[in-house]
Design a protein around this ligand. Structure first.
Ligand code: OGA
Ligand code: NI
Length: 336
C-alpha cells in the first residue's frame, strides 16, 4: 500500500472534516463495553445469559473472557497473519482478490474512483464449511498458515455455536434455533492489517459500518486501542482486554430479533507508531436462508423489517458505499 513517501498521506485517504477522527473528551467518561464470562454461558448460567441479553440490546458489542481458546493458538493465529502481510508486495499480490470475488488480498470496500480509502489492507478467506474454501487464495508458503487457520476456525466455530445457542434460548427458541435458521453456518475470516499512519487525524482505518452477518468475533491487538463504536452520538473506544474476543451483533441478528438486538456502527482509527492486526471472523447464514423478524419477537412489537433472502441482502450490502446504513433498506415505514 502506501510506501512511496513515509510522511505523506495520499489525497484519497484524507477524510472530509466531518468524518475525521477528532478527539472526543466525552467518549472516555462513558462506561465500557460489557464483559461476559463465556464459561458461564456454556453452563447456561441465567445471570450471565441476562448480561448477554442486555449487552446485545444496549450495546450491540461485548467482550468475552474464559472462552477456552488457548493463548498459544491466538499467538499462532496472529503470527500466521503477520507472516502473510510481511511477505514482499509481489508475493502478496499473488493472492489478490479477483474481480467480483470477496476472497483474497486487497483493500477493504472499494466501490468507486472518487471514494475515500481506508488505511488498511486485508486478507479475506471463507474458512468454514471446508467446501467453501478457495485454496488458491491461501498463502501456503507462510509456514503453518493452513493448519493455524483451520485450528482457529474450529475453535471460533465452537465459541460461535455456544453464543448462538444462548441467543436462541434468549429469543425463545430451542438451542438449535438460530443455527437452523442459518441453514449452513458459514465463517468468513478477515485479517485486517493497519500500517502506522503519519497523519492519524486525517484518515480512518475502516469507515463507519455495521457488519452484515449474524455475529462477528474479533481478536484485536492487546496493546492498541483503535476500534470505536458509535453510541449515543459519540465514538467510544473498545479497550482491548488481553486474550478476550470482541463480539458484536450483525444486521442479520438485528433483523431476526426484530430490533431487540442492535447491529451497531463501528470504525477503526489509526496511530502513528505501530502497525495493528485484527483477526475478524464473520458468522453468516447460507445464501438461501431467510432474514426476517422471528415470531416470538413479534408478540409485543410490530415487525420493524421486511423479510429478505440473505443473498439479496448481501448483494445490497456490498453494492453500496460503506456509509453504515445498509439496514435502512429493510426497515418498514413508520418504524425508522
Ligand atoms: C470489520 C471490522 C474492526 C477491526 O472488519 O468489519 O469492523 O478492529 N474490523 O479491525
Ligand atoms: Ni466491522
Amino acid at each position: 500500500m502506501v510506501k512511496i513517501d513515509p510522511h505523506a498521506v495520499p489525497h484519497r485517504y484524507i477524510r472530509d472534516h466531518k468524518d475525521r477522527p477528532i478527539f472526543d473528551p466525552l467518549s472516555s467518561i462513558s462506561s465500557e463495553v460489557p464483559v461476559i464470562d463465556f464459561s458461564l454461558l456454556t453452563e447456561r448460567d441465567q445471570h450471565e445469559q441476562k448480561k448477554l441479553d442486555s449487552a446485545c440490546k444496549e450495546w450491540g458489542f461485548f467482550q468475552i473472557i474464559n472462552h477456552g481458546v488457548g493463548e498459544e493458538l491466538l499467538q499462532k493465529m496472529n503470527g500466521a497473519a503477520t507472516g502473510f502481510f510481511d511477505l514482499e508486495m509481489e508475493d502478496k499480490q499473488k493472492y489478490s482478490m479477483a474481480e467480483n470475488d470477496l476472497q483474497g488480498y486487497g483493500h477493504a470496500f472499494v466501490f468507486s474512483e472518487d471514494q475515500k480509502l481506508d488505511w488498511a489492507d486485508l486478507m479475506f478467506l471463507m474458512t468454514y464449511p471446508p467446501q467453501y474454501r478457495n485454496l488458491k487464495y491461501w498463502p501456503l508458503a507462510v509456514p503453518g498458515f493452513k493448519e493455524t487457520v483451520e485450528e482457529y476456525t474450529r475453535e471460533i466455530n465452537r465459541v460461535s455455536g455456544e453464543i448462538l445457542g444462548n441467543l436462541s434460548v434468549l429469543m425463545e427458541m430451542e438451542e438449535e434455533g438460530l443455527k437452523e435458521l442459518h441453514q449452513v453456518v458459514k465463517l468468513g475470516m478477515s485479517m485486517n492489517y493497519y500500517p502506522p499512519c503519519p497523519k492519524p487525524d486525517l484518515v480512518l482505518g475502516i469507515s463507519p459500518h455495521s457488519d452484515g452477518g449474524t455475529i462477528t468475533i474479533l481478536l484485536q491487538d492487546d496493546h492498541i486501542t483503535a476500534l470505536q463504536i458509535h453510541r449515543q452520538g459519540h465514538w467510544i473506544p473498545v479497550k482491548p482486554l488481553p486474550g478476550a474476543f470482541v463480539v458484536n451483533v450483525g444486521d442479520a441478528l438485528e433483523v431476526w430479533s426484530n430490533g431487540r438486538y442492535k447491529s451497531v456502527q463501528h470504525r477503526v482509527v489509526t496511530n502513528e507508531s505501530r502497525a495493528r492486526m485484527s483477526i475478524v471472523m464473520f458468522v453468516t447464514p447460507h445464501d438461501e436462508a431467510e432474514m426476517g423478524p422471528l415470531e416470538p419477537m413479534l408478540r409485543d412489537a410490530p415487525a420493524m423489517y421486511r423479510n429478505i433472502k440473505c443473498i439479496d441482502y448481501i448483494r445490497h450490502f456490498l453494492g453500496r458505499k460503506l456509509d453504515g446504513n445498509a439496514l435502512d433498506f429493510l426497515k418498514l415505514q413508520g418504524n425508522q
